[in-house]
Design a protein around this ligand. Structure first.
Ligand code: ADP
Length: 268
């Protein structure tokens, strides 16, 4: 009987051990699957502009008799697609570094008020050409503990989206203020096409685009908001998107006023 009990006990503990080991492996497996999907999606995204550049260049080579004026539409396509490729590679590099915690956040006390004006200014001319007005409502002085380059990158991503997805004669409002004694708030609101309720929870996913053709034609990579989320979280802050179709989108970023909770990066 004792021997039988020992055998049953042994078998049971082997099964329990296997079960526990299996459970412990689930997060590793999930993270592996996620990385695998990221690499597959990235390859897919890189393939499209590469194929276009390849095809257009071959066409150019087939007609050496043509003048540069005749070839210019094809050259313009090659230029556009190579820019897209460059953007994709940069975005992928940023995300890969954030995953491996190599993308360090180097915080300093920033004058967020002047930074907001500086980053917005270059967008103003393009906005005006589209008949879009950019309105600034910025508390002065407004200080933020942050990494200068990363905060600029974040603002460019969100402003660029606001411009991409807002049609003519729209409005973009940039608000910067102290939200409380604890937090600094930046809100970038537009009167653009908005995001459908079912897409809203997914906009921070890598490569997710709620309207693929629109995003692609605007030069979108589907990586902007993933990078934006990483930057805000690496500063110990949070980012939220509120949106209504055909009314507009507000992206709200909250940062701690003190340099607390700054992490070097994000895993997974
Ligand atoms: P993309 O490079 O495609 O703009 P993002 O990660 O920056 O990628 O955004 C993900 C998706 O969220 C976009 O493809 C778009 O569908 C939607 N989106 C982001 N910002 C806005 C906005 N201001 N107005 C409408 N849709 C937006």
């Amino acid at each position: 009987d004792i021997v039988a009990a020992m055998i049953v006990g042994g078998v049971l503990s082997v099964f329990v051990g296997m079960y526990l080991a299996g459970r412990a492996l689930i997060p590793i497996r999930r993270s592996w699957d996620k990385q695998q999907r990221f690499v597959e999606d990235a390859s897919h995204e890189l393939r499209t502009p590469t194929a276009v550049i390849h095809a257009q260049t071959e066409l150019l080579l087939q007609h050496p008799e043509r003048s540069i004026e005749q070839e210019s539409p094809q050259i313009a396509v090659i230029l556009k697609e190579s820019r897209r490729l460059g953007r994709l590679v940069n975005d992928l590099l940023t995300l890969a570094r954030s995953d491996s915690n190599q993308a360090l956040i180097q915080p300093a006390l920033l004058s967020l008020d002047s930074l907001l004006f500086e980053v917005t200014e270059p967008f103003r001319m393009f906005a005006e050409s589209k008949g879009i007005e950019i309105i600034m409502e910025v508390e002065e002085p407004l200080a933020l503990w942050g990494d200068d380059n990363r905060i600029r990158q974040l603002l460019v991503i969100v402003l660029d989206n606001a411009l991409k997805y807002t049609p003519e004669s729209g409005e973009i409002r940039v608000t910067g203020r102290y939200a409380s004694s604890q937090a600094v708030s930046i809100v970038i609101a537009d009167t653009g096409c908005g995001i459908a309720a079912e897409d809203l929870p997914r906009v921070f996913e890598r490569f997710y685009r709620s309207d693929k053709s629109r995003s692609r034609s605007q030069g979108g990579t589907g990586l902007g908001l993933s990078i934006a989320e990483w930057i805000v979280e690496a500063h110990g802050g949070s980012i939220r998107v509120h949106s209504k179709v055909n009314e507009g989108t507000q992206v709200e970023m909250l940062f701690p006023r003190k340099p607390l909770g700054i992490a070097p990066g994000r895993s997974g």
